[in-house]
Design a protein around this ligand. Structure first.
Ligand SMILES: [Fe+2]
Ligand SMILES: [Fe+2]
Length: 495
């Protein structure tokens, strides 16, 4: 076995309880013998050895077999710096570090977020998006040293590539200098749907990550939740509820062997048959009833509101998700899909008589928001993809763009979106000039009699520039009480 290829694409994930649970994952181009993780305290060496589980999938386009390895650990000390090595027989170990999350609301921390990433250079024939900024943004995130990162879907865009396995390798190789030192926690976007790779096309995505369980073997890894301090993060997959036909790839249609014979169809609207929504409602109810949780953050891909004229927001999200966000007081949504930066006032309910279910802004201060008033939505879709939205693609004043249905189509031809426009009273701030960027979130510790707050800062960069400058900042806060984010009935009474 001497001379075996070393572990590649090393990355960390939190378990359901970030204070005590984590997983380290990696990939190899050939089967690894005795893959394992060595883990220990930063000042104590690698005392614990954990065998890794192998999980494989076969890429439908090329027939390549991909080997991934996942080592899960539990019972870790909260708020603690750890060191690790991943290793298999015949190869040198690869080292990494990470910190477990704090326990409870007494300690602050930082996380970061963006969507729509892609890769720094071409893979295969370069059919998929790739930009220098897809590399620069990893370094910009690292400079802020977040505890973890939320990746809001459209990771590698491998579904557009003639070389999807190489595209994923480029993706993980690029993020590894950050993701082997902190969890990059993903949500599956429409470009994670690689037709032919499993029933919803997510087999590559699901195989490559080791994510908290959701009670379903069939949909393991497609949606999940985890807790960091007093923040409960729910990562959901909106292809289940969106009307848009967003995963169509003419390349895969024309090149996945047996595409037509297998009955492949990229349009997976409603694929879970309500299983995901039922899970989401149960999770939201549990989080809102948990005295230890101050903040509910939803990480998802497609958006409920947008004033860019790119994809448009999706009526399916308003129909199926926003009533739950309202009922259980979701504080913050981070998303992507639209390739610009925009954020809303706290929204709740529907404009009277609106057939588009247009959300209602509940306050008018774009800098300081009380999320008891409603949910703040952020579009952070400038991770690095090669289709930035030019300023000309936005209505002035802001005009919302909403997908209200799809036209004819099928597995062989994409269903075109049917778009409606609406006044965008909900839009609090948007950036029409900066194509690339990410947000950081500073969660302040909440003391008795104080205020709990999250300060969000958006960092943007010009195309081709590695300089990410702070361009927007706002605060979400709640007055201290017995518990931040009181019962929903109390919030509704204030409406
Ligand atoms: Fe995208
Ligand atoms: Fe997308």
């Amino acid at each position: 076995m001497a001379g075996a290829p070393p572990p590649q694409q090393v990355h960390v994930q939190f378990g359901a309880d970030a204070a005590t649970q984590a997983a380290v994952s990696w990939a190899t181009p050939a089967p690894a013998a005795r893959p394992r993780l060595r883990l220990g305290l930063a000042d104590g060496g690698h005392g614990l050895e954990v065998p890794a589980e192998e999980r494989v999938y076969t890429e439908a386009l090329t027939g390549e077999l991909v080997h991934t390895y996942h080592a899960r650990v539990a019972g870790l000390p909260p708020g603690t710096a750890l060191v690790y090595q991943v290793i298999h027989d015949g190869a040198d170990p690869v080292a990494g570090t990470f910190r477990t999350g704090p326990r409870g609301r007494g300690k602050g921390f930082r996380f970061t977020s963006f969507g729509d990433h892609s890769i720094p250079g071409p893979a295969g024939h370069g059919l998929g998006p790739h930009t220098p900024n897809a590399g620069y943004i990893v370094d910009a995130v690292n400079e802020l040293d977040p505890l973890f990162h939320l990746m809001n879907g459209d990771l590698s865009y491998a579904n557009m590539s003639d070389a999807p396995v190489a595209t994923w390798a480029a993706y993980f190789t690029n993020i590894m200098r950050s993701a082997r030192h902190r969890p990059w926690m993903p949500a599956a976007g429409n470009h994670e749907n690689e037709v032919g790779n499993g029933p919803q096309g997510y087999e590559s995505y699901r195989t490559r990550f080791e994510l908290p369980g959701n009670g379903s073997a069939e949909f393991a890894g497609t949606w999940y939740a985890f807790t960091v301090g007093a923040v409960r993060v729910l990562s959901i997959n909106n292809d289940d509820v969106c009307l848009q036909d967003g995963a169509f790839s003419s390349y895969r249609r024309d090149h996945v062997p047996g595409y037509r014979d297998h009955g492949h169809d990229p349009y997976i609207h409603g694929y879970s048959g309500g299983v995901q929504r039922a899970w989401l409602e149960a999770e939201l109810a549990a989080a809102r009833g948990d005295e230890e949780i101050d903040w509910i953050v939803v990480c998802m891909h497609q958006v409920a509101m947008s004033s860019a004229h790119l994809n448009g927001a999706d009526l399916g999200i308003r129909q199926q998700l926003l009533p739950l966000f309202d009922a259980y007081g979701v504080d913050l949504v981070v998303a992507g899909h639209e390739h610009h930066y925009e954020r809303t006032f706290p929204v709740r309910g529907v404009e009277p008589g609106s057939s588009l279910l247009t959300p209602v802004p509940r306050s008018g201060d774009p800098a300081d928001m009380d999320t008891r008033d409603g949910t703040v939505h952020m579009i952070i879709g400038g991770g690095g993809h090669s289709v930035p939205r030019p300023a000309a693609g936005h209505g002035i004043p802001p005009e919302g763009s909403l997908i209200i249905g799809v036209g004819p189509g099928g597995p062989q031809s994409q269903r075109r979106s049917v778009i409606a426009a609406e006044p965008a009273r909900w839009s609090a701030h948007r950036d029409l000039a900066t194509p690339f960027g990410f947000a950081s979130f500073d969660v302040a510790p909440a003391g008795p009699g104080g205020t709990c707050s999250i300060t969000a800062t958006y960092y943007g960069a010009a195309a081709g520039s590695p300089v990410y400058a702070p361009l927007d900042r706002f605060v979400m806060r709640k007055p201290a009480g017995t518990r931040c984010g009181g019962p929903r009935a109390e919030q509704l009474a204030r409406a």
